[in-house]
Design a protein around this ligand. Structure first.
Ligand SMILES: C=CC1=C(C)c2cc3[nH]c(cc4nc(cc5[nH]c(cc1n2)c(C)c5CCC(=O)O)C(CCC(=O)O)=C4C)c(C)c3C=C
Ligand SMILES: [Fe+2]
Length: 418
């Protein structure tokens, strides 16, 4: 039986072909074709370019500001990280995509539906719906561009010199299915479904224009009394980091201070498998020597509290380093380079070839120059005792746009520099 609403839409005579064209969800997720993305999105009900404002509901991260969210935002419990390839070849289409995404990101971070719900049941809904009723859940969304994008769109002259693929590191076993990408969406939230929903719907809104190259979900669990989360080796991870409120230090370590990326930063992501079975067969003494920190307290060797300062050069009465010179922390600190780490654990079933856990760390760091990451990784090199227990499987680097002021859009500075 037809409802009056169905009747109304039937009279509009939307053909199946039109429907697929408008929604971009044809048989094989076919490209939208020649119609502009904005026009298609309007037809779907998205309010393209509408200047949405941050709302002030509970558990809400603000979108507008000098920097994008998800960088100095307090770490949430969940991440869904997606690396995308673009399916277009003009800079105009990139601009259109970013103009489309901006108000949608505001809505998602506001805990709102992508599109106000429609009563028309004959077309797919504008929002996939699984985040309904879940609130904002402190969702943050961080968008970045990879080195390959600039070549694809003929914009090499605007590619910052610092934005290039990371060098090959001695112990790397990178798989191309977890490596690189033209764009990234980092969605972090205090609910896994909210983070996933954000990426799913942004990609869906850009159907035919972008394709997911690889993605990874992750989690962080916080002690009931607060404090630093533990990684899957059970050590507190994230202790030594720049303070997220010390703008002066963040300017030194994280924020780019020149060119169109001013106020932005570089995101390095590494998918690092952690060999949990091997770790679990290792004595606590050796585990602690791997990091140079005690497992329970998180304190550095020779100290009692997690946040106690330490000097890696200090030796005991036998002339031995108190913090072993092959320990992860000794080598990382000795490099002299700093970064803002914002990592998440992952557990994705078992490795089909070996039957061991497919689990580890989605290592994410933000820095004003990817060279900071490279310097630390080179210092860890072949010496890091942790190498026995980890394998780097994926890698990518992205330039994350500066923050957005109301009336502007993600990446506007890049297009102003054209
Ligand atoms: C190249 C950068 C880094 C990679 C890759 C990396 C991987 C990695 N780290 C841990 C666990 C811990 N890391 C810790 C400290 C630490 N790690 C890095 C850099 C990389 N880690 C830095 C710069 C630091 C801080 C060094 C300092 O100055 O003190 C710690 C100790 C606690 C803490 O400070 O967070 C742990 C634990 C894992 C498991 C891992 C890959 C799987
Ligand atoms: Fe580390």
């Amino acid at each position: 039986m037809k409802t009056p609403n169905d009747e109304k839409w039937t009279n509009k005579k939307i053909s199946r072909r039109d429907l697929l064209k408008y929604t971009g969800i044809g048989a094989a997720g076919v490209a939208i074709g020649t119609s502009g993305l904005g026009g298609v999105m309007k037809a779907m009900g998205y309010d393209v370019f509408e200047p949405f404002a941050d709302n002030n509901i509970a558990n809400k991260v603000n979108f507008y500001g000098n920097h994008q969210s998800g960088i100095t935002t307090p770490v949430q419990t969940n991440i869904y990280f997606a690396s995308l390839d673009v399916l277009f070849s003009s800079k105009e289409e990139l601009q259109e995509l970013l103009q489309l995404w901006t108000p949608l990101v505001v809505r998602l971070m506001n805990g709102e539906l992508m599109v106000n719900s429609s009563t028309n049941t004959r077309i797919p809904t504008g929002d996939t719906g699984e985040a309904e009723g879940l609130g904002a859940s402190n969702l943050s969304i961080t968008i970045g561009v990879g080195p390959s994008l600039f070549e694809k769109l003929g914009m090499e002259h605007l590619k910052p010199a610092e934005l290039k693929d990371l060098p090959h590191f001695p112990k790397d076993q990178l798989q191309k299915e977890f490596t690189g990408g033209d764009l990234c969406i980092q969605a972090c939230a205090d609910d896994p479904q909210v983070a996933f929903h954000a990426v799913r719907n942004l990609v869906r809104a850009a159907s035919g224009k972008v394709a997911i190259k690889w993605s990874q979900a992750g989690f962080n669990s916080f002690p009931v009394d607060g404090g630093t989360p533990r990684n899957l080796f059970s050590f507190k991870d994230g202790t030594v980091n720049p303070s997220i409120t010390d703008e002066e230090d963040l300017n030194k370590v994280v924020w780019v201070d020149k060119g169109w990326l001013k106020g932005g930063t570089y995101l390095v992501v590494r998918k690092i498998q952690m060999h949990l079975e091997t770790w679990d067969r290792t004595s606590l003494k050796d585990q602690e020597a791997t990091f140079g920190r005690y497992r329970d307290s998180g304190a550095p060797f020779g100290k009692t509290k997690e946040f106690d300062d330490f000097d890696v050069e200090v030796k005991d009465s036998n002339g031995e380093y108190i913090m072993p010179d092959t320990s992860h922390v000794h080598l990382a600190r000795k490099s002299g380079a700093r970064m803002l780490r914002r990592s998440y654990s992952y557990a994705s079933g078992v490795m089909s070839n070996t039957g061991v856990h497919d689990a580890g760390l989605i290592f994410i760091s933000f820095q004003k120059d990817p060279l900071q990451f490279t310097t630390v990784q080179n210092s860890l090199g072949r010496m890091d005792k942790m190498n026995e227990y980890i394998t780097h499987r994926g890698s990518a680097v992205f330039a994350c746009f500066p923050g957005v002021q109301k009336g502007s859009y993600l990446g506007e500075a890049l297009f102003k520099a054209l």
